[in-house]
Design a protein around this ligand. Structure first.
Ligand SMILES: [Cu+2]
Length: 217
């Protein structure tokens, strides 16, 4: 190889490297501007779309570790009837999904009936979802899974709960929990009506009232 050939190859390789670096720089800028940090997303949606919280849901335990046993933080603590209750409580699973057999942006199962002091592990299978209280029985504590991978919430107050995913509430991403009984039935009906008035996608406009009518009498 002559010096001239070597210099030519060296120049070409250098130019290719510089070109790739520029392309990567441009692409990463584009992606950075498109991705919205979950907490910012959460904040802006909450500001636009004032969320109704009819008073306090259950005790909230954040488990940032996929092992659902691990309790990392307790958001709000108060005396709970579950502390003095005997017996085994069950932890149920509710998955947050972009897509499932029942549609796009769903909690699965979206309706669940549990016993007093049972817990639900809200599992963020697909990223960018949360589960937060819209309406709940009096005396319960509102919950918000804050985009954690797994959040276990224990429900110590009987009644019906309506919860939503903040970024996808307008796509009717919501669910209903029945803890032992339906003492706040009338409240729940009007909360579902209110919730559905903010749903923007016609196809899923009545998703929550359909769910309610199908499962609760
Ligand atoms: Cu969502």
């Amino acid at each position: 190889m002559t010096d001239q050939q070597f210099f030519r190859i060296f120049t070409i390789v250098s130019l290719i490297i510089v070109f790739i670096a520029i392309v990567i720089g441009i692409l990463s800028n584009i992606f950075a501007s498109y991705s919205i940090h979950p907490s910012e997303n959460y904040k802006s949606l909450n500001q636009e779309n004032e969320i109704t919280r009819t008073a306090p849901a259950g005790r909230v335990n954040l488990a940032s570790n996929p092992s659902i046993e691990q309790t990392v933080a307790v958001i709000e603590e108060r005396d709970s009837i579950c502390d003095s209750m005997e017996g085994e409580f069950t932890t149920h699973e509710v998955k947050m999904l972009n897509e499932s057999g029942s549609g796009a942006m769903v909690f699965e199962p979206s309706f669940i009936r549990i016993n007093t002091c049972d817990s639900i592990n809200f599992e963020m299978v697909d990223a960018g979802h949360n589960a937060e209280t819209v309406a709940a029985p009096n005396g319960s504590i509102p919950f918000n899974t804050m985009y954690e991978k797994n959040t276990i919430i224990q429900f110590d107050t009987n009644g019906l709960y309506l919860y939503q995913c903040a970024p996808h509430a307008m796509m009717a991403m919501a669910g209903i929990i029945e803890v032992a009984d339906t003492n706040n039935l009338d409240q729940m009906k009007s909360e579902i009506e209110k919730f559905e008035s903010n749903v923007m996608i016609p196809e899923v406009k009545t998703r929550m009232s359909d769910l309610f009518n199908k499962n609760i009498n």
